[in-house]
Design a protein around this ligand. Structure first.
Ligand code: AMP
Ligand code: ZN
Length: 475
């Protein structure tokens, strides 16, 4: 079956909501059909919670939509293992140190442990692996070099041992978040008195407020030190994706500080605008009272907890597909249970189709694929796309063959690996009897077919005849 992205000339329109313009825009690659995508990864001082994972699932869907439409994607994700304080704006505790203290381990051990855990989560949730998953601590030289460029161009100042970015040097600082700088300046109580302007941020710390800081590197600014949080993303993105690229993503909490500062330092250093053409952000996973799921909160669920409570991690993936990424998503056990039963029903249906889907493609099938494509291409409307999938299941105009092929196409976006579901619920022995019975039926040997049906029933299964094959069900 030919799909919309098979030929470049046929490629369907994709539109995405760009935080930078606050509009849905038609997606047009910056340079070529090889899309460069950067997504902010986890801070590895704890397990990723389901809120964090909502971000990564949304980014995975975005990447799959681009691939579905025939684009190539180069995807870079960072692992923050240094420099991130509990407040994104250079205040609070060092997150990695907090993790190390909690677990009585070194910061390095904590980083390694949770990086590994994150990779397992990615696999369990069927997230396509990034082309490059890069650690901040492996890119200290690149970060120092970038701070030096900014220093040379006059965007920094040095106070009390730390290098700061001077936000007043940029006319459009804060454009991503539409910050009202004057208003915020009046409202903000600044605790770091070294800052010339309230939004200035640290690029490099040498005078640490954390005396126990374990991760330190020699630097051109005298003593040993470590990077501020934001510089890692700009330095690594430019190393792997170039000084300008197509798409950058993260959760909405990154808009006012982290991404705003990434833009400031990158546009200042590279002199190219816009640094990134499309900025996409997901809304939060929230709890009943509307507060976001957070590592500091009590009710934070991990993939491990999902499994311990009898769910498959894919139940959470399915759950996320049901809410548009730009809408807050309410987490509840009932919601997760609903997703589980829908996913199981889907898997059951796919299993039935998988073994009896021979036939012809149909016009209706093509129309459904077109409809599905326009839905996912419309700012990743997965809730509508899911509804289309269930419509396909019910539509009598379609044969199981039509349905199965459509589902395999849809699954390129849904990522539930529908094509790989095995009939493991039905023992090999029963399958053999069913196949033998099918052969007998084809030869019109009804006596043998009946005998085989009885044998199958004695072993605890029912067999039903379908126009294109048979259906097995446990009694
Ligand atoms: P962090 O590990 O804190 O840097 O966060 C990793 C990603 O998760 C970022 O893109 C955040 O914006 C995102 N995030 C954090 N909390 C939530 C939440 N409750 N719902 C959705 N995304 C979140
Ligand atoms: Zn980042």
């Amino acid at each position: 079956m030919k799909r919309s992205g098979d030929s470049l000339t046929n490629r369907s329109k994709i539109s995405v909501y760009n935080t930078l313009s606050r509009k849905k825009e038609q997606f047009r690659p910056l340079f070529s059909d090889s899309i460069r995508l950067y997504t902010c990864g986890p801070t590895v001082y704890n397990y990723a919670h389901l809120g964090n994972l909502r971000s990564y699932i949304f980014e995975d869907i975005l990447k799959r939509v681009l691939l579905f439409n025939g684009y190539k994607v180069k995807h870079v994700m960072n692992i923050t293992d240094v420099g991130h304080l509990t407040s994104d704006a250079d205040e609070g505790e060092d997150k990695m140190l907090k993790g190390a203290r909690r677990e009585k381990k070194t910061v390095w051990e904590v980083a390694e442990f949770y990086t590994r855990a994150f990779k397992q989560d990615m696999k369990k949730l069927h997230l396509l692996p990034p082309n490059i998953l890069c650690k901040a601590t492996d890119h200290i030289t690149e970060q120092i070099e970038m701070v030096q460029i900014l220093e040379k161009k006059g965007f920094t100042y040095f106070r009390d041992g730390n290098v700061y970015f001077d936000t007043s040097k940029l006319k459009d600082y804060g454009k991503l978040a539409s910050l009202n700088l004057a208003k915020e300046r009046r409202a903000r109580v600044e605790s770091d008195l070294n800052k010339k302007n309230p939004h200035d941020f640290v690029l490099w710390f040498t005078k640490s407020k954390f005396q126990e800081q374990e991760m330190k590197w020699p630097s051109p600014w005298g003593l040993e030190g470590y990077p501020g949080w934001h510089i890692e993303c700009s330095a690594m993105a430019s190393k792997y994706l170039g000084e300008q690229f197509d798409i950058h993503c993260g959760g909405i909490d990154h808009i006012p500080v982290h991404h705003t500062n990434e833009i400031a330092q990158s546009e200042a250093a590279f002199g190219k605008k816009p640094w990134v053409k499309y900025w996409l952000h997901n809304e939060f996973l929230v709890l009943e009272k509307g507060e976001k799921m957070a590592k500091s909160g009590e009710n934070f669920w991990t993939v491990q907890k999902v499994e311990e409570n009898g769910f498959n991690p894919l139940d959470y993936r399915y759950f996320c597909l049901g809410t548009h990424y730009r809408k807050p998503m309410l987490f509840s056990l009932e919601g997760l249970e609903g997703a589980k039963s829908a996913r199981e029903k889907l898997f059951e249906k796919v299993l039935k189709m998988k073994y009896c889907h021979h036939g012809k493609d149909s016009k209706a099938q093509k129309e459904y694929l077109k409809k599905f494509t326009s839905q996912v291409n419309d700012d990743l409307n997965t809730p509508q796309a899911l509804a289309t999938m269930w419509e396909v299941m019910k539509d009598e105009k379609l044969t199981n063959h039509n349905r199965y092929l459509l589902l395999l196409e849809f699954d390129k976006i849904f990522g539930l690996n529908l094509g790989e579901i095995k009939k493991d619920a039905i023992p090999e022995e029963i399958m053999k009897l069913a196949e033998e019975r099918q052969k007998a039926r084809r030869k019109k040997d009804w006596k043998k077919a009946d005998l085989l049906r009885e044998m199958i029933q004695e072993k605890g299964y029912d067999i039903g005849d379908m126009p294109e094959g048979y259906e097995l069900r446990k009694r």
